[in-house]
Design a binder for this molecule. Structure first.
Ligand code: CTP
Length: 469
């Protein structure tokens, strides 16, 4: 491993250790990421003894400020673009009702044993007699090779000590496309309720990392199968299942949603667009009906789903800002391009879609493409062709009419000024009528034509322009 410690900071660390007769190791994510060929800038150092004192010795040598977190017994310093964290080797035990450990000094192996997973418990020596040697008492390298998430200790202890690790196990499995060791999986299933002592922010942080992983269904399948999803995000777990009436079933909306999420993840790394994929059918269970002679329907699931978004965001402590509005809008509009693609694509329908989606039209088209999950090759082809048609039409109409992020050429203020009236119902009605006429293609998107239309509309309400009064 020596060749991976070429950065000058490692010889400085080794020198500090040597001069002060302290044993030190690089440990955790940094070592794992070397073996996974993923460069990392966060370096965790564990020393046998006092981590803060060691950090201060190095800080003095580098003439760099050291941030000390006395309560945690840790210290941090920056060196160029690297962030180094220092801690003393620990032997820990936990109480049943808290994530806060009782800590004692320990050996390097004690420290490795108390870490979450074997792949995160690898260490590299910074000591003179074995500098660069990998210290792997729990088979972390084998687990990396076999693509397995396993705990160094019995999994029930590891997860009970810190229940956030149940989410972390699933997050690493999803990020790396690893499987979780069956014993560890059984322990998560057994102790899932202990997730309740973890803060929502931390849970959601892990959930977002699962969502951002290359194939997010890997993580979501684990969340569902262990029962964690039912606790942290019950609305999504509720998508699972198929009802059958008169021999007719509908598709399983949980697995459909996972397919849409995996599909969209091939095209975007945007967390919020991926959230829109997760939530697009979230109201299907609540709107499900069986209609005689027709089969299963989910009328209005896009409206209801869009209305469910703020509550779900609040529950998961996701931001209640423009990101949420973006997700709401995509959930609300997710059926529109499909409906459009099934009919003759008229200019006015395209203009309306552009007007409603505004700058989010590309996101909406990406979502709709991902929403095609039928196994029927013929149908897939048909949908994709129709989408191409819709896309072409969107381009044509946008070039000609510029409806995206468009404001009608006549404002409410113009209407009030021209007719000399105060704000009121008529202003809204006239404004709407102008917008509709332009979107329907009755008049072009131009001021003079809109003005003429407005004057005629005014007449219907008995209004005359100020200039003629
Ligand atoms: N760790 C742990 N239990 C936790 C969190 C962290 O045992 N609940 C240990 C692991 O050894 C981990 C190290 O602390 O490797 C650093 O944790 P962190 O920085 O959170 O994670 P990384 O493993 O570095 O991975 P990532 O940066 O992807 O979060």
């Amino acid at each position: 491993m020596k060749s991976h410690l070429g950065h000058p900071v490692f010889s400085l660390l080794a020198e500090t250790a040597q001069n002060n007769a302290i044993e030190a190791y690089v440990i955790g994510g940094f070592v794992r990421d070397i073996l996974l060929h993923r460069p990392s800038k966060d370096i965790d150092i564990v020393v046998l003894g006092n981590g803060i004192e060691f950090a201060e010795l190095l800080g003095a040598k580098l003439k760099t400020k050291v941030n000390v977190f006395k309560n945690f017994g840790t210290a941090m310093l920056r060196y160029n673009d690297l962030e180094l964290e220092f801690v003393g080797a620990r032997k820990e035990s936990y109480r049943a009702d808290s994530r806060k450990p009782i800590v004692e000094d320990g050996t390097i192996e004690d420290d490795q044993l108390r870490r979450d997973f074997t792949i995160n418990a690898l260490a590299i020596s910074l000591n003179k007699d074995n500098f660069g040697q990998l210290v792997d008492p729990f088979g972390g390298v084998d687990d990396l090779d076999n693509r397995i998430i396993r705990t160094p200790l019995g999994p029930e202890i590891t997860f009970s000590d810190d229940p956030l690790r149940m989410m972390r196990a699933i997050r690493f499995a999803s990020q790396l496309n690893f499987s979780i060791d069956p014993e560890a999986l059984a322990a998560i299933t057994k102790q899932k309720e202990r997730i309740s002592i973890v803060s929502t922010e931390r849970i959601t942080d892990e959930l977002n990392k699962i969502i951002l992983s290359p194939i997010p269904s890997v993580g979501f399948n684990y969340l569902f199968d262990t029962g964690l999803l039912h606790i942290i995000f019950p609305q999504m777990a509720n998508l699972f299942g198929v009802d059958i009436i008169n021999g007719k079933g509908h598709k399983d909306n949980f697995y459909h949603t996972l397919q849409v999420l995996d599909n969209i993840s091939l095209y975007t790394n945007d967390l919020w667009l991926r959230w829109a994929a997760i939530l697009h059918d979230i109201a299907k269970p609540a709107t499900k009906r069986f209609e005689e002679g027709h089969g299963w329907t989910f009328h209005g699931h896009e409206d209801k789903g869009s209305r469910m978004v703020p509550q779900i965001f609040a529950q998961l402590k996701l931001p209640l800002n423009e990101k949420m509005k973006y997700v709401q809008k995509l959930v609300q509009l997710h059926l529109r391009p499909i409906v459009l693609a099934q009919e003759v694509v008229t200019d006015s329908a395209v203009r309306r879609l552009l007007f409603d989606a505004g700058e989010d039209i590309e996101s909406l088209m990406t979502l709709c493409n991902a929403d095609v999950t039928t196994k029927n090759e013929y149908k897939v082809k048909k949908y994709r062709n129709n989408f191409e048609l819709v896309k072409q039409k969107l381009k044509d109409v946008e070039e000609r009419d510029k409806v995206r992020n468009w404001q009608p050429p006549i404002t409410g203020q113009d209407i009030m000024d021209i007719f000399g009236i105060k704000a009121g119902k008529e202003v809204g009605l006239i404004k709407n009528a102008i917008r509709e006429a332009i979107l329907e293609g009755e008049i072009p998107n131009r001021y003079d034509q809109a003005l003429e239309f407005m004057l005629n509309k005014g007449k219907e309400f008995g209004l005359t322009p100020i200039t003629q009064q």
